[in-house]
Design a protein. Structure first.
Length: 166
């Protein structure tokens, strides 16, 4: 692969790597095109693309949470460093089972444990508490199986097939 300098550039919002033919930043959801319509309201312009479903939405249908643009359906998801929680458990074997199944499906899961991962809760890119610091029912001390944002729809399909999530 030879990528010339013209073909990649920095997202102006998050400084993540973007490609010149991208419509939006896959790291944060910033739109690179002008006048992109909301997928629900074609007469309104979108303000970002959800990093999980990769669909553009207007401010009524989505919004910025921390550093990421998320649609209303995905706005409650827990996100840490561009990984999104798709499954949580206190059972180490179950977490490992979920991880290995997702890996076999070609995805890139990680297991996030608060005990094992030194991080300060409430960092700007950490939306376990929806960036605001408010507890909204998420469990902190579980093992969280997380996948890159774009892999969430596929990971959820797999986990439902395993009866691990509804
Ligand atoms: Zn970005
Ligand atoms: Zn979404
Ligand atoms: Zn809309």
């Amino acid at each position: 692969m030879t990528l010339s300098k013209e073909e990649t550039y920095e997202c102006p919002r998050c400084a993540g790597e973007a490609h010149s033919d991208d419509d939006f930043c896959t790291h944060c959801g910033e739109l690179f095109l002008e006048q992109v319509p909301c997928s629900v309201h074609p007469d309104r312009s979108a303000k970002g693309a959800c990093i999980i479903c990769a669909i553009p939405f207007c401010p009524e249908c989505g919004g910025w949470i921390g550093r990421s643009f998320l649609c209303n359906q995905h706005s409650g998801y827990e996100i840490y460093e561009e990984h999104v929680r798709v499954f949580g458990t206190n059972d180490t074997l179950q977490a490992e089972y979920a991880r290995s199944c997702l890996e076999k499906a070609g995805l890139h899961p990680i297991i996030f444990s608060r005990k094992a991962s030194p991080l300060s809760l409430g960092a700007p890119d950490y939306t376990l508490f929806r960036a605001s610091g408010d507890f909204d029912g998420h469990i902190v001390n579980e093992l969280k199986v997380m996948v890159p944002a774009q892999e969430v729809p596929e990971a959820e399909k797999r986990l439902k097939g395993l009866d691990l999530i509804k």
